[in-house]
Design a binder for this molecule. Structure first.
Ligand SMILES: Cc1cc2nc3c(=O)[nH]c(=O)nc-3n(C[C@H](O)[C@H](O)[C@H](O)COP(=O)(O)OP(=O)(O)OC[C@H]3O[C@@H](n4cnc5c(N)ncnc54)[C@H](O)[C@@H]3O)c2cc1C
Length: 362
């Protein structure tokens, strides 16, 4: 067996580590000069979106011997719509760093790998598939999947983000739902430290959104963030990302080619989480390759999660600012908060119950 992994990101590295733990070595190709050679951004993994695993960090550690050190745990999420504010609290999940940051999850995974990564090695599927019996497509880019099989793109996302300076709490995240600057999307602030944070604006590139001026939306987003947090934040480093595909493959594998991470469709459409799903698909592909699991069966629940998430997104997209205000108010109800944070209930179903009646009245 000769195994190639295209891409040393979350999915490719989780696959490689799992193979190694079972005594298999893969050739790992990474087009960049080092792991995580892109902008620094803080990301999050919320327990409520990972039922039945809940604590993703604990699960990866105990069940898969993959150990991640988050940047912080999240104890409070502030939610803002145009005219309302609410919050969720409790042990909600974790924040972590990505990209060039020394503690980024991709760097932490690379440290757990014993074998080498072949850096500055941009490879194409056509070249690789001639030489290897098994190929794991882990380039983080659904366009690579589209060359091999249909990939159902739910939408393409436009991001604008920045590292900002101010006064923050590492244990608190801030999320904004406001169509005035995040049309059918959202903005969020996740702290790196008590002085630094990532502020990110993301929305779908629907034609009506493409007609809007991105810089004006970003300006409004920054202004709203300053107002709601009651401080002037300073923008340090800005970045943009366009055409980020959020969608799903038709099948998770074709013969001995495995689609993992974003190449499989790891990103849940409603809030854009994909880290845990990327790592899981990498691990599951490894289990199939070494003969201790069936990739198609293992990813089945993730397909269901994707479809539930997409249906919720479509309902949220129909809400105007007034309805988003009503939704935000509803979260302030302590019973609703308890249901949302109940780890035994599916968050998609709970949110669906709240959102669908509102979206029917548009
Ligand atoms: C701005 C932003 C914010 C996000 N926030 C969150 C969040 O808060 N929570 C969350 O759970 N998810 C979040 N996500 C989604 C999450 O980051 C992704 O789902 C996840 O990183 C995908 O992992 P991957 O392994 O598929 O791809 P990646 O981690 O992107 O890795 C792909 C690797 O493949 C390499 N590569 C590409 N092409 C080739 C080639 N041809 N040959 C060799 N190497 C190649 C790349 O250089 C890269 O190193 C966010 C995504 C973005 C863009």
């Amino acid at each position: 067996m000769k195994i190639a992994i295209m891409g040393a990101g979350l999915a490719g590295l989780s696959c490689a580590i799992t193979l190694e733990k079972h005594g298999y070595q893969a050739d790992i190709f990474e087009r960049r000069g080092m792991v995580g050679d892109r902008f620094v951004v803080a990301e999050a993994m919320f327990s409520m979106f990972h039922t039945p695993f809940n604590d993703a960090v604990k699960y990866l550690s105990e069940d898969h011997d993959i150990h991640l050190k988050p940047n912080s745990n999240i104890q409070k999420v502030h939610l803002y719509s145009k005219n309302e504010t609410s919050f969720l609290d409790g042990h909600l999940g974790f924040t972590n760093m990505r990209g060039k940051h020394p503690q980024s999850y991709e760097k932490q995974l690379a440290e757990q790998l014993k074998g080498d990564i072949q850096y500055n090695n941009y490879v194409t599927y056509d070249d690789i598939s001639k030489e290897y019996t098994h190929v794991v497509l882990a380039t983080g880019d659904a366009m690579d999947t589209e060359k091999l099989q249909p990939y159902d793109v739910a939408f393409k996302a436009s991001f604008k983000g920045a590292i900002v300076k101010g006064t923050f709490s590492k244990k608190e995240a801030h999320v904004f739902f406001n169509n005035d600057f995040a049309p059918k999307g959202m903005a969020y602030l996740i702290a790196h430290s008590n002085e630094e944070a990532s502020l990110v604006l993301v929305y779908p590139q629907y034609p009506e959104n493409e007609a809007l001026d991105k810089e004006i939306l970003w300006g409004k987003c920054v202004a709203e963030c300053c107002e709601r947090l009651g401080q002037k934040i300073t923008i340090v480093n800005e970045w943009t990302l366009e055409n980020y595909r959020i969608g799903k493959t038709e099948v998770p594998r074709i013969g001995n080619t495995f689609f993992v991470g974003n190449c499989w469709g790891a990103i849940t459409p409603v809030f854009g989480f994909g880290q845990f799903e990327s790592m899981l698909t990498g691990i599951y592909a490894a289990h199939d390759i070494i003969g201790i699991g069936d990739y198609e069966k293992l990813v089945k629940p993730l397909y269901q999660g994707y479809h539930d998430s997409l249906s919720l997104r479509r309902a949220i997209e129909k809400l105007d600012n007034k309805q988003l205000d009503r939704l935000t108010r509803a979260v302030n109800n302590s019973l609703v908060e308890t249901i949302i944070t109940n780890k035994k209930l599916s968050i998609m179903k709970v949110l669906g119950r709240l959102v669908h009646p509102l979206s029917r009245h548009t």
